[in-house]
Structures are given as structure tokens and as C-alpha cells.
Ligand binder design. Structure first.
Ligand SMILES: [Zn+2]
Ligand SMILES: [Zn+2]
Length: 422
């Protein structure tokens, strides 16, 4: 029996890897420019971190985590998101001592046991940014602007920013009361999931995409009318900073995020191309999370986006991907030439900074050339007996098929020149 790949996962094959390099490099380039530093946390953490950090009643914690016991019976979970691990590391490494305001980003695989569908995998990749230690509304705006710049640098178009404030503990409690009062006599019309949410996490009802629930959601009171003075002012300032930099946005007063820890600003970046689940990234402020995970009260704001979904949208928008660079040089030899000579020459080419390879099996020159074509080499160095006697080799341009003899002493200079002109 052949062993197949687990459900909801995918191999990223060599022919696609240059797309990933491109996306990852752009993310790093933009975020470093904005003053963010990369952090890499473990793939798995203690389960408790996510239960406390994401919220006991969230979909992620109740049904989507890959949780397992280690050999000593401790419960571990493959990270379903990046924020709780970053905050855990922030506290554990006492980073606030060095950085009163810490700006971090991460990039890597996340795991959620969801029903696989277009653009949704059980192992998927996210990049995210977190700013810990400031409540300044400029920073909320900066997080939005930096994420948009990443998308723009990747060549994405037709993006929209939806923004809302979900208030703080105080004013949200009042709103949730109003929301429950409004829904109370309509509860029978809600879907099964929302009936559950009504008592556990009523705000999440606003997130339901089902038609029956949408009919009710459209008429619910909106949170922005219940914000306290502080939340109102913060929201107004975030919007004004976006205005100052000319970032277009739409206030979506029923926008809530899937995780419990959000406060004040919540936002999503959407693309028309992804259909119903059209968000390609989102984030918001989480002023209560650091305290929730055992630290001093510390305001923070962040953003995260799934890379697979970004790549899907890039393909749909026909973004031009950078070409696979291929191999610069192939070293081939005719029969009878000592292998050592070719092997040494190959290493000399690599030492000069060019990518190079050869066929280690002792095949005919013809089959070596076939391989060179197959792997898309730019130039082939052919070592022949007569040429070698003159301390020369043949250099073949694989595209134009032009050939010339080159002195071995000048070969590296010649190759470097050729490759720089490709
Ligand atoms: Zn408030
Ligand atoms: Zn529903």
C-alpha cells in the first residue's frame, strides 16, 4: 500500500518553491523596513496557552486544534495561530525590559483541523505582526498600512480594508447585553451553531455567514453606538491616521474577529476574488491578552494572513511570478576524460559563486547534454580531449547553441561575464 499525504496538507514542490521564496522575501523586506524583527517560536506549545490565549469557547479551541499527549502525558498542541506563542515568548524572555514597545513578525506553518476546502488547509502558513506595549492609535494604523504594503509589493490589487471597533471589556459587556436582548425572541431562527453561541459567545453570531442568521444579523444593534468615550476616541484617531496617509477603508460595524482576545480595533483586508471567505488577512488590538497570559496589563495590536490564500489570489489576479533562476553552469565531459578533472572544475565554478552541477553517472556526452537541457542550464562547459591538451574547454550557450573554446585559466572570468549578461 502506498502511503499518501495526510488530508488537508500539501507538498510544496520544487517547481512552486520560487513563488514561496518570492512571497516570504517580500514579507521580510517590507516588515523589516517598518522596524519589525522576526521571531520564531516552536511549532507546538502547551495546550493551556491556546485555551487561555484564544478563548475556551472559540471554534479553534473547541474543535480545530491538533492536541496530543507527549510520552509523559503532558498535553501539547500544534500551534493554530501565532499571537499567543509570541506573547508567551515575550513574557518568558522578559522582552519588555529591553523593548518598551516591541515590534515583531513571524512566518511559518500553523495547524487547524478544519474541513479542507479551496484555500483552506490543515497545515497552512501564516505571516503575522505584533506590536506589544503601546496603545497609540498610530500603531493600529501602521499595522494596517504595513500589511497593505506587503500585499501591494506582491502585486495584489482590488483590496479593501474593513475596520471596526469591538470596544473594551466595559463597553462591550453593555453591547453584548443589548445584542442578546435583541436576539432573544429570534433565537429559534438562528442556526444550531449560533444557538450555542448565544449563551457562550454571542458576539460571534455576527460572524455567521448562513442566510437565516444573516437576516437577523443585518438588523442587530451595532457596537459602535455603544463604545465608551475612550474606545470612541481611539477608533476616531485610528481612522484619522489612515486618512492622513490616504488609506481607503470601510467601517463595517458588524465585523468581529474569530478570537476572543480582540479589543478596540478589528480589521480585515478583503479581496473580491475569494468568494464568501474573502478575507485574506485580518487583525486588531488585543489589550487584554498579555495580562490574560500572566503578564502585567500591556496593550498590543497585530495582524495575520494566510500565505496559501494570498498565493491563490495572486494567481487569480495573474500576478507575474519571478522566473525560476535555474542553474548557471553544467560541466560535461567526453568519455575517456578523467572524472577528477571535471569534478575539480565543477567545484572551482561553484567557489566563484556560480550555481553549477554535473552528471555523476558515466553516461555519454549526448545524455549529459540532454540532462543539461532538462534542468534549464544557461551554459555548459564541455571538457574534450583535444581541447584539454591545449589547456582549453568548450563553452556552449544553451539558448543560442553558440560554442567557443576558452582557456581554462580564463574560464571563471569568462563564465562570470556570460552569466552576468544573461
Ligand atoms: Zn470601551
Ligand atoms: Zn448562524
Amino acid at each position: 500500500m502506498n502511503i499518501r499525504i495526510p488530508k488537508g496538507t500539501q507538498d510544496i514542490l520544487p517547481e512552486d518553491i520560487s513563488k514561496w521564496y518570492f512571497v516570504e522575501n517580500k514579507i521580510r523586506e517590507v516588515l523589516i523596513k517598518y522596524g519589525y524583527q522576526e521571531i520564531r517560536t516552536p511549532i507546538f506549545e502547551h495546550t493551556e496557552l491556546f485555551v487561555r490565549g484564544i478563548g475556551e469557547s472559540t471554534d479553534i479551541v473547541t474543535k480545530e486544534m491538533f492536541t496530543f499527549l507527549d510520552r509523559k502525558g503532558r498535553s501539547l498542541t500544534l500551534r493554530p495561530e501565532g499571537t499567543a506563542p509570541v506573547v508567551r515568548s515575550y513574557l518568558e524572555n522578559k522582552m519588555s525590559r529591553v523593548y518598551p514597545v516591541l515590534k515583531l513578525f513571524y512566518l511559518g506553518p500553523m495547524f487547524r483541523c478544519e474541513k479542507p476546502q479551496a484555500g483552506r488547509f490543515r497545515q497552512f502558513h501564516q505571516f503575522g505582526i505584533e506590536v506589544i506595549g503601546t496603545k497609540s492609535p498610530e500603531v493600529d494604523a501602521e499595522v494596517i498600512i504595513a500589511s497593505i504594503e506587503v500585499y501591494k509589493k506582491l502585486g495584489l490589487k482590488n483590496l479593501e480594508v474593513l475596520i471596526n471597533s469591538v470596544g473594551c471589556k466595559k463597553c462591550r459587556a453593555i453591547y453584548i447585553q443589548k445584542l442578546k436582548e435583541f436576539i432573544k425572541d429570534k433565537i429559534d431562527f438562528l442556526c444550531l451553531e449560533c444557538k450555542n453561541r448565544y449563551s457562550k459567545n454571542p458576539l460571534r453570531i455576527l460572524d455567521c455567514k448562513k442566510d437565516s442568521c444573516q437576516k437577523i444579523i443585518k438588523k442587530t444593534p451595532i457596537i459602535t453606538e455603544y463604545l465608551c468615550q475612550d474606545c470612541q476616541q481611539h477608533f476616531a484617531e485610528v481612522k484619522s491616521y489612515l486618512d492622513i496617509l490616504g488609506i481607503k477603508y470601510f467601517v463595517e460595524p458588524r465585523l468581529v474577529r474569530g478570537l476572543d482576545y480582540y479589543t478596540k480595533t478589528a480589521f480585515e483586508i478583503i479581496s473580491g476574488e475569494l468568494g464568501a471567505q474573502n478575507a485574506i488577512g485580518g487583525g486588531g488590538r488585543y489589550d487584554d491578552l498579555v495580562e490574560e497570559l500572566g503578564g502585567d496589563p500591556t496593550p498590543a495590536v497585530g495582524f495575520a494572513a494566510g500565505i496559501e490564500r494570498m498565493i491563490i489570489v495572486m494567481n487569480q489576479q495573474n500576478v507575474e511570478w519571478p522566473k525560476n533562476r535555474g542553474l548557471d553552469i553544467f560541466v560535461a565531459k567526453v568519455k575517456g576524460i578523467n572524472k577528477d578533472i571535471a569534478f575539480k572544475l565543477l567545484q572551482k565554478v561553484r567557489s566563484a559563486g556560480l550555481s553549477a552541477d554535473m552528471d555523476y553517472s558515466s553516461k555519454s556526452l549526448k545524455s549529459q547534454m540532454r540532462l543539461a537541457h532538462k534542468i534549464d542550464v544557461k551554459y555548459t562547459v564541455i571538457i574534450g580531449e583535444e581541447e584539454l591538451a591545449k589547456n582549453m574547454v568548450t563553452l556552449r550557450n544553451m539558448k543560442t547553441k553558440e560554442q567557443k573554446e576558452v582557456k581554462i585559466d580564463n574560464l571563471i572570468d569568462e563564465l562570470t561575464l556570460c552569466i552576468n549578461n544573461v
